[in-house]
Design a protein around this ligand. Structure first.
Ligand code: ADP
Ligand code: MG
Length: 467
């Protein structure tokens, strides 16, 4: 019988070099695997990592196949491999798994995910690492030791590159892993709206303010998405500053995302910029070709379209060619990449035609010409971007959080459509042509004088017209 204990260091070494596992991930997930027992058919491993059940489930999903393969290559034998938590080996062997209690735990976890404001689909498992190994490994390190590794973690990068996905993965990982951790995800817009709502009242109730502060300060992990929107909003900046100060003092984890580096967010207090820079700043890169293909393959599989690496199978090859076409032509962001494939899959189902490169070309061409830029589509995009409702944009509300996006709509409708000012006014609920013209000029001026507004408009332009 082979002594697995003796072989173990070699197996670990092989795993690390052969599968190019990043150092942080290796330390966190592979090194804590210890041999519990073995015979000539079975190997039982225990995961001794600090991240417990969450870490174990990640190991099982992400590394299990590699581990089995590495063992078989190093030992030359096939084994049945099981991995448990140290205290659970006997329990699992006795097969005392209790379905109802497991269900209860599941339901509880779902509720915690909801309370944290997270989407359970955004996980490290569903994130294709590709050329974003640094951002992914750093996020994993934070998820593994919240408050200890890097604090705050500041993730920045262009639109649709996976910032929100990674940030939410951290939250989901922690919730899965620690049954008592309190996690809260918020967008900067919704935080701002709460501040406005609190302070804009006729009579601000002190209890409400205390309640609001408690909500954000009594957490173990605070995730704040799209922090660039804090620019110019003084009261919100103050609230955020005090909130993160208190959390940092208590060694609670904070994660920010932004479409630009901390020092490039304009019109914010210096003390905030330095807080943002105090931990670690990582950027998310545009996925390279291989990463785009990997994302597409994974996405196809989740949509029920089976893609394998089998280049002997002609049907599979046709699908790969379609994916290659998409990966070559939709390069600027992942959202667009997935959206294109989604259209191809949906259209193939409706038309009952198999997916191929030609089919993809045809579908995506049809889709592109169909996608006319209209006042309505612009208003939708702007509303979504600022996370406010179309109704608010078209309302008479005059707070700057609403009127600024509204003026941006005026500006963008003018440059992207041939509509008359009156018509644009009608789309924005009867604003007259002078109002539209004024709004247009305000934004035009602002773009010339304010780099952060220019950056916002550039982002919106990309969203409106990706080509
Ligand atoms: P951002 O917040 O940077 O604008 P998102 O996180 O919302 O981007 O990502 C846009 C979409 O692309 C989401 O559906 C997300 O799941 C997906 N996505 C982005 N990057 C990846 C990746 N590396 N692997 C898998 N899906 C990804
Ligand atoms: Mg996002």
């Amino acid at each position: 019988m082979i002594d697995i204990n003796e072989k173990w260091p070699e197996i670990l070494d092989f795993l690390k070099t052969e599968y190019e596992i990043q150092e942080v991930a290796f330390q966190t997930f592979i090194l804590p695997l210890k041999v519990h027992s073995f015979d000539d058919k079975n190997i039982t491993l225990v995961f001794t990592g600090g991240s417990g059940i969450g870490g174990l489930s990640y190991v099982n999903k992400r590394y299990y196949d590699f581990i089995v393969l590495a063992i078989s290559i190093i030992t030359g034998e096939e084994y049945n491999v099981n991995i448990y938590l140290p205290g659970n080996v006997e329990k699992f062997y006795a097969n005392t798994e209790n379905d109802s209690s497991e269900n209860l735990a599941d339901i509880e976890l779902e509720q915690r995910i909801k309370d944290a404001n997270l989407d359970k689909r955004f996980t490290f498992e569903s994130f294709v690492v590709g050329n974003n190994a640094v951002a992914q490994a750093t996020s994993l390190a934070v998820a593994d030791s919240p408050g200890e590794a890097y604090n705050p973690l500041f993730i920045y990068g262009g639109v649709g590159l996976g910032k929100t996905h990674l940030m939410q993965s951290i939250g989901n990982f922690i919730l899965n892993n620690n049954p008592t951790a309190k996690v809260l995800y918020t967008t900067t817009e919704s935080f701002t709206n709460e501040v406005i709502d609190l302070l804009g009242r006729q009579k601000t109730n002190q209890d409400d303010i205390i309640e609001f502060r408690k909500k954000y300060r009594n957490v173990d992990v605070l995730l704040i998405d799209d922090i660039q929107f804090i620019s110019k909003k003084d009261r919100t900046q103050e609230e955020i500053f005090n909130t993160i100060n208190e959390l940092l003092l208590k060694h609670k984890q904070i994660v920010f995302t932004s479409d630009r580096k901390p020092e490039e967010i304009e019109d914010i207090a210096d003390r905030l910029t330095s807080r943002f820079q105090q931990g670690l700043t990582v950027d998310i890169l545009n996925p390279d070709y291989e990463t785009r293909m990997a994302i597409l393959k994974k996405y196809a599989n989740t949509k029920g379209v089976k893609v394998t690496d089998d280049m002997e199978d002609p049907e599979n090859v046709k699908i790969i060619e379609a994916l290659d076409y998409i990966a070559t032509n939709f390069v600027s962001n992942v959202r667009e990449l997935e959206g294109s494939l989604n259209n191809v899959i949906a259209f193939s189902k409706i038309s009952n035609k198999p997916i191929s490169k030609e089919f993809a070309i045809e579908t995506l061409k049809v889709d592109n010409t169909d996608k006319k830029i209209t006042c309505e589509s612009i208003i939708d995009t702007v509303a979504e971007h600022f996370q406010i409702s179309v109704a608010d944009i078209c309302s008479q509300k005059r707070s700057s959080e609403i009127s600024f996006p509204r003026q941006i709509c005026m500006y963008l409708c003018r440059i992207y459509t041939d509509e008359k000012l009156e018509t644009i006014g009608n789309y924005l609920n009867k604003k007259n042509h002078a109002t539209i013209s004024y709004g247009y000029n305000e934004i035009k001026k602002a773009i010339e004088t304010d780099a952060s507004i220019k950056a916002t408009i550039d982002v919106l332009k990309k969203k409106i017209d990706p080509n």
